[in-house]
Design a protein around this ligand. Structure first.
Ligand SMILES: [Zn+2]
Length: 431
């Protein structure tokens, strides 16, 4: 009987004896309580090496009472389960050394079984909150955090930093550091492997961090967004690296510039009491940003902003033309922005910069300034059009971070977040 119960609980210690199983209310919750003894035969003293029976035939190591501990086990058939375990105590008569019997399923001085600890470790790799893990394992959040923190020694040390050929860098909002709300992430551009996350993206910190890497000359490409500080990092730390501006950031920058121009023009229209035109520009912003080549020119439809019978049936392209007719400035901006985007799509850096450098003065001033900002990053943008590297692989990691943040309602500790990110990416092994 005893053996069968142990088999069911998957506790195979031969020195464990189950005495009784009862149901009790613990913290307002019905709980299975297993009473058990753990009493192996006395073993030689680890302190002085005395044998259990000394040379004179007398007992040197003897049993010395029991110590009862409560161990949290995994739930059994949806019922929380604990074990009141009487652990045998021993004393060595030679050196007065005392010790307690231990078993494989519970670490010394721990109150949770190894099974629960493994379950916690598995759950820590998933995109779930610490609160959820605590609930699933019937332990407190601080226990979960303690288990999480036990992985801290396995985090990569700055001194062991080994850099890849293609280094992707980016930042993300972590809200965990007091000095900087943006954190820094870097990923291997070829394998997509997470290299590290740092609590801040500030340049002095980054310089100090990368200073530790032994193979700085191996970095050939650094892919980043349009952040001037990374350009400085290349100059000072990566002698053989070329900057690549992430192509999605470039497109985003250009689209943003056009979108801002649309918003300004809308405000102008409202001042001129042309509210309905402004409203049409507002509700159809997507079509203005849609790639010109993708606009439909064949299907005639009635549009929400241009309903029949007041308006004739229009194709998507004709509808956009009507929108642009509301504002000559927007119309001009639209042309140049889409010319730029097309040159970018065609991977034609010469045309791209030709357009940028010869933007007319009639163009909306703010729009022009924003676009010409790109000229400062000419080399990085040209490289983006030549080489196949982008920050796409980092975006996957950022999605992990966002999901983690959402399920856990933000992070309080940067290290906790970093540990979970590394666990999730299987970069530290649970033992
Ligand atoms: Zn001893």
């Amino acid at each position: 009987m005893n053996h069968s119960i142990k088999k069911m609980l998957r506790l195979i210690d031969p020195n464990l004896t189950i005495l009784e199983i009862t149901q009790e209310k613990i913290n307002h919750q019905m709980t299975l309580v297993i009473k058990a003894n753990l009493s192996p035969q006395p073993s030689p003293c680890k302190c002085c090496g005395a044998n259990v029976i000394d040379d004179d035939g007398k007992f040197a190591v003897v049993k010395n009472g029991k110590k009862t501990v409560t161990v949290r086990l995994e739930a059994f058939n949806h019922l929380p389960m604990v074990m009141h375990l009487n652990k045998q105590r021993y004393v060595c008569k030679k050196c007065r050394h005392y010790w307690t019997a231990q078993s494989y399923f519970i670490r010394p001085h721990h109150a949770i079984s190894e099974q629960v600890r493994f379950k916690m470790m598995d759950l820590l790799k998933e995109k779930v909150s610490l609160t959820f893990i605590a609930k699933q394992c019937q332990v407190s959040i601080s226990t979960v955090i303690r288990v999480l923190r036990s992985f801290k020694p396995q985090l990569p040390k700055a001194k062991q930093l080994y850099l890849p050929k293609v280094l992707l860098v980016d930042e993300f909002r972590s809200h965990t550091s007091l000095e900087d709300k943006m954190s820094f992430i870097c990923v291997d551009g070829e394998t997509g492997k997470l290299l590290d996350v740092l609590p801040t993206r500030k340049l002095p910190y980054l310089k100090n961090y990368f200073q530790n890497a032994k193979n700085k000359e191996d970095v050939q490409f650094l892919v980043s967004d349009m952040n001037a500080s990374y350009m400085q990092l290349i100059a000072s730390h990566f002698p053989n690296a070329q900057l690549i501006i992430d192509r999605f950031h470039i497109v985003k920058h250009i689209n943003q510039a056009l979108n801002d121009c649309r918003v300004r023009e809308m405000k102008g229209l409202i001042k001129e009491k042309k509210r309905s035109q402004a409203a049409k520009l507002k509700s159809n912003w997507r079509y203005i940003l849609k790639k010109r080549a993708n606009l439909d020119v064949t299907e005639y439809k009635s549009w929400r902003s241009f309903r029949q019978p007041k308006f004739p049936l229009l194709t998507e392209e004709m509808m956009v033309d009507r929108l642009l007719a509301f504002s000559p400035k927007l119309k001009l901006g639209y042309q140049y922005v889409h010319d730029l985007l097309e040159a970018f799509d065609n991977k034609d850096p010469d045309t791209f910069f030709e357009i940028l450098k010869t933007l007319p003065d009639t163009l909306d001033e703010v729009l022009k300034e924003k676009l010409q900002n790109l000229i400062n990053y000419e080399e990085g943008i040209r490289n983006a059009l030549i080489y196949p590297y982008s920050n796409g692989k980092i975006e996957a990691k950022n999605t992990h971070i966002k999901t983690l943040k959402r399920v856990s309602y933000g992070f309080r500790s940067f290290v906790n977040m970093k540990l979970r990110l590394f666990l999730m990416n299987s970069l530290i092994e649970s033992k």
